[in-house]
Write a protein that binds this ligand. Structure first.
Ligand code: GLC
Ligand code: CA
Length: 541
């Protein structure tokens, strides 16, 4: 077990993201709950993870599945009473698993008491906790768009004012210029630290320092000043782990966020690699095939850029992204092999790996009829695009490829009814492939994706070169093979992965002759790489 009182424990850790609505239901209402998480701690312990990033479980009207919080210090009854949260924190700790909560500090729900006050009158003490501009109906202050479609401004007739919302209108943006508002947020954070929470994921944290008059949302001029204050005032304990979601982070900015002196956060989620397979300057819905050389160059830039100067997180999946095996692997004939290949490629790098629920089973995307989708982003996209004249079938293809509900279908535990997720009606359909892809089957099969993840997690603990070694990319221009070495003193690691369904030429560098195979998804490494083959070799000189 890691010593979590020590600053920097997260550099040896592997974390696991739970989307609680879809993880495990225990009372038959079709929605996952905290008791469900507790009931699966043994599974997570078996996988070997050190902490759980729990997507929001706070009181919420659920317009955006909990990313619209109406009470930061209460648990939504749908997930259980506060006692269940306390029990989860305590039980997880016994298993060496930290609980990392998901804080949404950029906006609240419009049902949060602050906003309910703020909207009453311009002179209400809470009015300035949000971002307002005077205006006339149908003439918003400017033409900024919300991430989920439509204008970013919502009009309130009795005030003669618009409020700013970067996401849904039910998610009004908080005004970080107001010091009382900021102090209020710090109070909520301290509440959870005192309950034993050991870290926080900070939702869209790069967007807090917005300046809508200047069309600035991400990376506002005061962002890092705000973060340093947040860190000083709310994250005072040495051992707290903090990870900021920052779509707008580049390497230089990430060095600030994750400065080794701990003045801001432990690490960031940056998305440069995730955005490579979309048309430049367009939204994620305009997908293009991934160029492997570009992907490798991007990963290399981050491995070099943060080495000794900051800290990165390693991920390919989360609750906002399509399933990685469907995206960059092959969810057909090579599902198991390509899922292991992607994991091997990622887990050999420097950073803190995150496994998203079901990724360790090789869970896949889903295609649903429009009426079965629940995500506000998907539903708005369909309405907006079809109204603009885009063919419904073309919009559906985009949703199948990129929609967030791909990642949110219930966790597949067994081949039994509803995949063992619920005895009731699941809130979002279970992927019909659960009869084949499920945790029970994976645990019974020594060659499963699950055991590959378990092994990779264990290797990180065992080999310092995986945690700390320097990174060298091999064959950067190769269109099929992603290969790199890591070096730490006398220890050397080689990771080689074939991203395609065809054989690929590859020569193991001479320095690795006679090296030990740490992990492989296709038996002993031979000449070249077979389809989706991947392995890690280790040698000391
Ligand atoms: C983040 C969350 C996403 C949410 C959005 C607004 O990107 O990950 O799920 O919809 O912020 O809070
Ligand atoms: Ca439930």
């Amino acid at each position: 077990m890691l010593d979590k009182t020590k600053r920097g424990w997260f550099k040896s850790a592997v974390l696991y993201q739970i989307y609680p609505k879809s993880f495990q239901d225990t009372n038959g209402d079709g929605v996952g709950d905290l008791k469900g998480v507790i009931s699966r701690l043994d599974y997570l312990q078996k996988l070997g993870i050190d902490g759980i990033w729990l997507s929001p479980v706070f009181a919420s009207p659920q317009k955006d599945n909990g990313y619209d919080i109406s009470d930061y210090c209460a648990i939504d009854p749908m997930f259980g009473p506060m006692e269940d949260m306390e029990a989860l924190i305590a039980e997880a700790k016994k298993c060496g698993i930290s609980i990392i909560m998901d804080l949404v500090l950029n906006h609240s729900s419009d049902q949060h008491p602050w906003f309910r006050e703020a909207i009453k009158s311009k002179d209400n003490p809470y009015h300035d906790y949000y971002v307002w501009r005077d205006g006339e109906p149908d003439c918003p202050p400017n033409d900024m768009r919300a991430a989920f479609g439509g204008s970013a401004w919502a009009y309130v007739p009795h005030l003669g004012q618009y409020y700013f919302h970067q996401f849904a209108p039910e998610q009004p943006d908080l005004n970080w210029e107001n010091p009382d508002m900021r102090r209020g947020l710090y109070g909520f954070i301290r509440f959870w630290v005192e309950k034993g929470v050991e870290g926080f994921r900070l939702d869209v944290i790069d967007q807090i320092a917005k300046e809508p008059d200047n069309f600035i949302t991400g990376n506002g001029p005061k962002l890092h000043e705000f973060l340093r204050e947040l860190s000083r005032e709310a994250f005072c304990e040495e051992g707290l782990v903090t990870v900021g979601e920052a779509w707008g982070a580049d390497v230089e900015r990430a060095k600030l966020y994750s400065a080794p002196d701990g003045s801001e956060l432990s690490m960031v989620f940056q998305f440069e690699h995730i955005c490579l397979d979309q048309e430049e300057g367009k939204s994620k819905w305009e997908a293009i095939p991934l160029s492997l050389p570009k992907f490798k160059a991007c990963m290399e830039r981050w491995q070099h850029g943060l080495h000794g100067k900051g800290w990165n997180s390693l991920f390919m999946d989360n609750h906002d992204l399509p399933r990685i095996v469907s995206r960059w692997g092959d969810d057909g004939a090579y599902r198991v092999k390509s899922a292991k290949m992607l994991a091997t490629m990622l887990h050999g790098m420097e950073g803190t790996p995150y496994v998203y629920q079901g990724e360790e089973l090789g869970m896949t995307n889903i295609r649903l009829p429009l009426e079965s989708y629940r995500d506000v982003e998907i539903l708005n996209l369909y309405a907006e695009r079809t109204a603009e004249g885009e063919a419904p079938e073309a919009v559906m293809e985009k949703i199948y490829a990129r929609g967030r509900d791909n990642a949110r279908t219930p966790m597949q535990w067994t081949a039994g009814e509803n995949a063992g997720f619920t005895t009731g009606e699941p809130w979002l359909p279970v992927n019909p492939n659960y009869s084949v892809i499920n945790a029970e089957a994976a645990l019974a099969d020594p060659d499963s994706v699950f055991y590959a993840y378990q092994k990779l997690i264990a290797l990180r603990k065992e080999y310092a070169v995986i945690r700390e070694g320097s990174f060298t990319l091999l064959c950067p221009e190769d269109e099929q093979v992603f290969a790199y070495t890591r070096d730490l003193g006398h220890a050397h690691l080689l990771v080689a992965a074939n991203f395609t369904a065809e054989d690929a030429p590859f020569e193991i560098p001479e320095a690795f002759a006679g090296a030990k195979v740490l992990i492989s998804n296709d038996g002993a490494p031979g000449k070249g790489l077979r389809p989706y083959e991947a392995y890690m070799l280790y040698i000391e000189d």
